[in-house]
Design a protein around this ligand. Structure first.
Ligand code: UDP
Ligand code: MG
Length: 315
């Protein structure tokens, strides 16, 4: 018998906890001959009775487990705690609000049995999303894929299954500001995709407001690359070349050719402007250089695994 862990982060989801739990149990009934399951709930500092609901379920059924955070740490950290503490041969993470179709779990398991180490639920575009959220997410993935080291599939969600191998590698990450799915993507491994329609949230409201989403997007840009800072450096290089060349021509025109070319029409103020732009460009280039240093420091302090091994045979 293989054990499948279902990791469910929850923040103010009191009404949904019994519903997800029931839905998961139902899904596993027909699979009972081959798979055991455990549910690992993480109560992420809820202010309602989410934890009491978890406790009740855990008392009635030993397959239900929970982790209770002392305060709200955010979904990414909650999911991380679940992954780090589950004991399954594979782990599937799902939202507590039933927006991730639990019925698809058998398909995730099938793809896993067929050799995928990571099975990713990809969300088809939802009609209920506002135009702002839609264009926002499109733009987000476009920029992200331009600047990040690894490709992220638009619409790929946290609804995913990862094999024990991937769980063990995942545990090695030490960075705090993290996007769980981006880290899983970074690890590589054989990936497989399942497309699904996101459902409406049943109870409660989404904890992610537009503002929180924007901050998450900015956070991921900053944590994934220093391109914004490097851009300043590139701008500096361009300005330095332009103002440097212009300044050089002005100097030559003035002192070597003694105002014989058109340059003599430049006023002192304009010459001064060229000089100042040149100085500013030096500052910008220095900023770009600092970005490179910070990038190196950043890479060292997050202590990512240097490499990730998929298989090995050494003797
Ligand atoms: N969640 C969490 N901590 C938070 C915010 C959300 O554990 O600080 C959980 C929430 O209970 C749900 C999942 O993360 O199970 C997704 O949250 P939500 O539905 O608010 O986001 P969306 O569906 O808009 O991605
Ligand atoms: Mg939701």
């Amino acid at each position: 018998m293989k054990l499948i862990s279902i990791v469910v982060p929850a923040h103010n989801e009191e009404k949904n906890i019994p519903l997800v739990s029931d839905a998961i149990k139902k899904v596993f009934q027909p699979l009972a001959s081959r798979y055991d399951f455990e549910i690992v709930f993480i109560n992420d500092g809820s202010r309602d009775n989410t934890f009491e609901e978890m406790e009740k379920l855990a008392q009635a059924d030993p397959r239900v487990k929970y982790i209770n955070f002392s305060r709200n740490f955010g979904k990414e950290i909650a999911t991380t705690a679940g992954i780090n503490n589950c004991s399954g041969d594979a782990c599937i993470m799902i939202d507590a609000d039933l927006q991730h179709p639990v019925e698809l779990i058998p398909e995730f398991i099938k793809k896993w049995e067929n050799g995928a180490d990571v099975v990713i639920g990809v969300r088809k575009e939802s009609k209920s999303d506002s135009a702002f959220k839609k264009t926002g997410s499109k733009l987000f993935y476009k920029i992200l894929n331009r600047i990040a080291e690894m490709k992220v599939i638009p619409g790929s969600t946290d609804f995913r299954l990862i094999d024990r191998k991937v769980i063990e590698e995942f545990k090695r990450f030490t960075e705090r500001g993290r996007m769980t799915r981006a880290l899983i993507d970074w690890l590589g491994f054989d990936r497989s995709f399942i497309y699904f329609d996101a459902k409406e949230r049943i109870n409660g409201t989404a904890s992610y407001s537009v503002w929180k989403l924007t901050r998450l997007a900015l956070d991921s840009f900053v944590s994934l690359s220093l391109l914004p800072l490097r851009l300043g450096g590139y701008l500096g290089i361009i300005l330095m070349l332009l103002s440097g060349a212009l300044g050089f021509i002005v100097l030559i025109g003035k002192y070597v050719l003694h105002n014989s070319i058109f340059i003599h029409s430049f006023s002192d103020t304009q010459n001064m402007a060229i000089f100042i732009i040149f100085l500013v460009s030096i500052i910008l280039v220095s900023l770009g250089l600092i970005a490179l240093y910070i990038e190196n420091i950043h890479r060292e302090v997050i202590e990512r695994p240097i490499y990730v091994i998929k298989d090995k045979k050494l003797n």
